[in-house]
Design a protein around this ligand. Sequence first.
Ligand SMILES: [Zn+2]
Length: 71
Amino acid sequence: MDLLPCPADPDETTEAYLLGRLPENESAAFEDHFLSCPQCSEHLQFTKSFIDAMRNAAKRTLQSLAVSAGR
Ligand SMILES: [Zn+2]
C-alpha cells in the first residue's frame, strides 16, 4: 500500500480528526496515513494528550466552581 503524503496542515488535520470534525472520508484517509507515518502518529499522540489535558483542566475548573458554589 502506498503511503499518502502528510496533510498540508498537520496541526489542523490532527485536531479536527481528534475532535471528530473531519468528514468521514478524510478521517478514514488520515487514519490510514498516521498508522503508517511515525511522524503523524507521534503528532497525534501529542495532540491527543494536549486535548485530554485541556478537557481535564476544564473539568477540574467546573468541579471547583460547583464546590465553591455549594458552600
Ligand atoms: Zn505523515
